[in-house]
Design a protein around this ligand. Structure first.
Ligand code: PEP
Ligand code: MG
Length: 578
């Protein structure tokens, strides 16, 4: 039995056989196989070679005569792959070391590459790039097969991976994928956010995990405490089976709150909204008692499908959500592409610092046809329900004005063709950069509402990458600097009389609910599965208690002290979860 501690990313307990998947973008960790699996792994290598050779032959044949040089490169790669001694080196390695096919491919090709690198001959050392290219091609075939296996699962598993892209996570079939654990990641990485939205228990940032898990391992994922147990002993297994039952009972109890109002004990209404990535999650928000959608992350439309979404694709998605919500508010956020959400279809430039790069509204303002397509669809959907539009990652007044100017252009286009839309559709912005938080008073003069995105606000204010496990302990909403910014934005929004909500992960963190209420927040938006627990907290406190807590916190200067007092307050209300 091995116990690993990581970051609790999505609550719940999963106890299942492991399915280990590698991601082609990352290193291939050493993973052992049983002696009985040797033949299967060798077979996998053979089919990967065959598929790669076929692919190269096709590419070679498709190239024109004038592209002779490129054709030659393909021919060289193909010859290399046909070399029997090269393939034998890989299969021998598998048989002797008892490791996976991908690990053997990676090790042998890297050995060859470093040998080439050490040779003092320009022609040979230039071949290193070719070796890496061949490695990538083989791994794509090997790993692509695993991806297919995940798609066609017929038994329950927990996924164990070095890292997962948000899109990979979103494509998991919930019937069979009962949880996941990754070596990398942070609580507010989009992979973790998706896990919460789907209600899949998850633990991230576990460090070295893959070397202790094989596909034969039984794994427990405790997404509440951030613990993963590999091959548990009898007693631990029984304890966790009991805990899993209790957890489910607690969830059922919370679900009973669905039709009760979201008000504090002294009758102050607090609006609870859902965060969604896909139209079908809208139903889920309603089932959990959500009163609308406070954040629709539309970039997921771009992250799926083989091509860029058309105006009709956008419109269908937005109008479907509007119909499901039946008059309840829906905040559609224009696409927030970039950083860890990169589309497969459009060519996104490679950036050294993608989080500080061409992401979100900046990307839209530099890709106007793509932006305008989305704006047209949002405007058209604005007559189907209470649709509002929100601009992400605003950092300057000019950016907001530019985006609104483009919106006006699109409105004029629609006028020309007499396409109906709501000319009064509210347009708000996300406050998720220190710059917009500092400028909130000014931005409020031209904005209909604010939604505070604490995930990015914390990342940018504390200079802590939200998806980097090495600095995850520094990522905290309880830092006095963050609370100072929150207080100031809330104050500016109230003073200007515009709407204000919080839609970052803090809005669903049981430890922060009382504090947010005490600081003046009345609208919270979160992943659907978190709504009942937050409602329970709200219904168990008075606003005066929250105000008192916020006043006390305001006098403190240490994150740890603040965290402790918030935890104490929350555990008094929800002893069951602590
Ligand atoms: C945020 O940054 O807090 C937010 C809600 O946006 P996202 O998590 O999609 O970046
Ligand atoms: Mg954000």
């Amino acid at each position: 039995m091995e116990i690993k501690k990581g970051i609790a990313a999505s609550p719940g307990i999963a106890i299942c056989r492991a399915m280990v998947i590698d991601s082609k973008n990352y290193r291939i960790p050493r993973r052992s196989i049983m002696a009985s699996q040797r033949a299967d792994e060798v077979k996998r290598v053979r089919s990967a070679f065959a598929a790669a050779i076929l692919e190269l032959d096709e590419l070679e044949a498709a190239k024109q005569i004038e592209e002779g040089k490129i054709r030659d490169i393909f021919a060289v790669h193909s010859r290399f792959l046909r070399d029997k001694s090269f393939r034998k080196r890989i299969t021998d390695f598998i048989e002797k070391e008892l490791v996976t096919a991908e690990y053997a491919v990676s090790v042998i090709l890297r050995e060859i590459a470093s040998h080439f690198e050490s040779i003092d001959d320009e022609y040979i050392s230039e071949r290193v790039a070719d070796i890496y290219d061949i490695e990538r091609r083989l791994l794509t075939h090997l790993l692509g097969k695993v991806a297919e296996e995940v798609e066609h699962l017929r038994e329950e598993v927990v996924i164990v991976a070095y890292d997962l892209a948000p899109t990979q996570t979103a494509s998991f079939n919930k019937t069979f994928v009962k949880g996941f654990a990754t070596e990398k990641g942070g609580r507010t990485s989009h992979t973790a956010i998706i896990a919460r939205s789907l209600g899949i228990p998850a633990v991230v940032a576990l460090g070295d995990l893959m070397s202790s898990v094989t596909t034969q391992s039984m794994v427990i994922i405790d997404g509440k405490r951030g613990v993963v147990i590999v091959d548990p002993d009898e007693e631990t297994l029984e304890d966790y089976q009991t805990y899993a039952r209790q957890f489910l009972e607690f969830e059922h109890e919370l679900d009973a709150l669905r039709d009760l109002p979201s008000v504090t004990k002294d009758d102050v209404p607090i609006t609870l909204l859902g965060n969604v990535e896909f139209p079908d999650e809208a139903e889920y928000v309603l089932r959990k008692g959500g009163q609308g959608i406070g954040l629709y992350r539309t970039e997921f439309l771009y992250l799926y499908g083989g091509s860029e979404p058309t105006e009709e694709d956008h419109y269908q998605a937005y109008s479907e959500v509007a119909r499901i919500m039946d008059g309840k508010p829906i905040v559609i956020r224009t696409m927030d592409l970039g950083a860890d959400k990169l589309p497969h279809t459009t060519r996104h430039p490679h950036e050294a610092n993608p989080v500080l790069g061409l992401r979100s509204i900046r990307y839209c303002l530099q890709n106007l046809p793509l932006f305008k397509t989305q704006l047209r669809a949002i405007l058209r959907a604005s007559v189907v329900g209470d649709v509002r539009m929100m601009l992400p990652l605003i950092t300057t007044m000019q950016e907001m004005r530019q985006a609104k100017m483009i919106l006006r252009d699109v409105m004029e286009d629609l006028d020309e063709y007499a396409v109906p839309y709501n000319a009064q559709m509210p347009v708000g912005i996300m406050i998720e950069t220190p710059s917009s938080a500092l400028m909130a008073g000014l931005l409020a003069t031209e904005s209909d509402f604010f939604s505070i995105g604490t995930n990015d606000l914390i990342q940018y204010t504390l200079a802590v990458d939200r998806a980097n496990e090495h600095v995850s302990s520094l990522f905290s909403a309880a830092e006095p600097a963050i609370l100072l910014l929150l207080r100031s934005v809330i104050h500016d929004a109230h003073k200007s009389g515009i709407g204000l909500s919080v839609c970052g992960e803090v809005a669903s963190d049981p430890e922060f609910i009382m504090l947010l209420l005490g600081m003046g927040v009345r609208v919270l938006s979160m992943a659907a599965p978190m709504i009942p627990e937050v409602k329970k907290i709200i219904r168990s406190v008075t606003l005066e208690e929250c105000n008192q807590l916020a006043r006390k916190v305001a006098t403190m200067d240490s994150q740890r002290q603040i965290k402790n007092i918030l935890r104490d307050a929350a555990s008094r209300i929800l002893p069951g979860t602590y």
